[in-house]
Design a protein around this ligand. Sequence first.
Ligand SMILES: Nc1nc2c(ncn2[C@@H]2O[C@H](COP(=O)(O)OP(=O)(O)OP(=O)(O)O)[C@@H](O)[C@H]2O)c(=O)[nH]1
Ligand SMILES: [Mg+2]
Length: 540
Amino acid sequence: MLTYHKLKNNKLHIALVGNPNSGKSSLFNCLTGLNQQVGNFPGVTVDKKTGSTSLSASMNAEVIDLPGTYSLYPRREDEWVSYKVLLGQDKELKADVVVAVADASNLKRNLLFCTQIIDLKVPVVIALTMMDMAKRKGIKIDIAALERELGVPVIAVNPRKNKGIPQLKKAIEQTAQHLYHSPVRDFIDNKALAETSISAVKEQFPQLSDYTAIHYLINHESFDLNETMQKTIENIELKNKFNPTKTQAEEILQRYSRIRHIMQQTVSEPDPLKKSLFTEKLDNLLLHRVWGYVILIGVLFLLFQSVFWLAQFPMDWIELGFAKLSQGLSAALPDNRWTDLLINGVIAGIGGILIFVPQIMILFGLITLLEDTGYMARISFLSDRLMRSVGLNGKSVMPMISGFACAVPAIMSARNIENKKERLLTILITPLMSCSARLPVYTILIGLVIPKTYLLGFLGVQGLVMMGLYLLGLVMALIVSYVAKWFIKINEKSFFILELPTYRSPRWGNVLPTMISKARIFVMDAGKVIMIISLVLWAL
Ligand SMILES: Nc1nc2c(ncn2[C@@H]2O[C@H](COP(=O)(O)OP(=O)(O)OP(=O)(O)O)[C@@H](O)[C@H]2O)c(=O)[nH]1
Ligand SMILES: [Mg+2]
């Protein structure tokens, strides 16, 4: 796998894999200094993204952030992306060292995936995140013992606080230089799962591990193999009566049984009866059959009201500032055509762009907060029933809400939906959501047409109309989906599986950069158009 040639080039390829929401992208950002989107929601990353880091003075590496995967049995599109990289089937990305990111507060499930990777016999380092969360839950982990049992390096990191990164880099470097070896014995007896079939596959591919051979048997159709090889593997399956479902089930059972055994020796957990978790208590209220929905509507209402109300203050300042500036300039400059161009063309144009920046920043800031605290996943959960009635899925909510920002990444995030038909419908209706580029248009129209009055003294009518326009897009999306579902002939069983992440305090350090980057995109992209139109209007 790791060639000497690559090391001589001093460029190593590191793939970050692990369960969804385990902190891969956070770690990626730590290592590369980039700003890959992070969120407290399973399925934030849906595609591969690369960046570079230096492991030591003499070794640079390319880091690949990948979508979260629960196990080596991919079901969703985004899981296939990671699976192919791990199995060496991705045409562009090859991993020399795999960093398996594991959430320490959910160790059992995370270890399942880690041990599968270990059995692929690829060079692997385990990065244990969320140690702080585990500690708060009262979980104690003996890392040295865990390392001994698994046979690969285990490093505790906290990408949120930038902790453990040098140690991780060192372990990666040592693994790359063959200072660690994959364990000689498999984590479970993979060979025994399908002995004859595995041997036959390994006759064709002697370099494969037993466990990798099982994956060739199960998923070869998606692998990059020539036709004769495909036939050969199919024949092996037929001849040996290979049963993929039984093999998988047996494998998972055996893994969990050994993991349970290891955890008894390395992890001490508090008495499950005594724990009264904050998240559980909060969910009792926020996911309540009645109150949950009341709060949800309240939150969405507040979201749109605050976009209008909060933004009013900076908008007034900007307006005042530009008025003062034009006044000052027209007093100071000679009264001619160029002054007029400057004041009524350029400055009016810039003012017309900047005036929307507060609203855009506040909307995105609030969406980031919703996602970071973990409430966004609850919104998916609560809306699943409504979504289902029009042919969508609770998971469609996340693309739809991101659609308020921009439809392109929103459509990408639909990869997270397992069911083909629901995924297609979500992609079709997401552009109907009012994206941020439409916000200025709404604002201008509302400013022109709707009086600035208040209902009951505090409900801004302008804010209500704005919410109405957003709702209109939403309602249309639901109607279109309801109609379109009759035309799409895909029959696949649908289910809603979304892990509800624990509530976390939002990282304020993440909110501000998101707000700024969205504002910058708006000023740079939409701003150009507004500026040109402003100049054309001046000329007219
Ligand atoms: N408390 C704590 N939070 C963390 C730690 N590492 C990451 N997080 C938080 O965990 C959440 C998920 O992080 P991401 O980096 O988006 O996770 P991911 O693995 O890329 O998730 P997907 O892309 O959805 O698969 C974010 O809210 C992070 O701030 C950690 O060590 N401790
Ligand atoms: Mg991610």
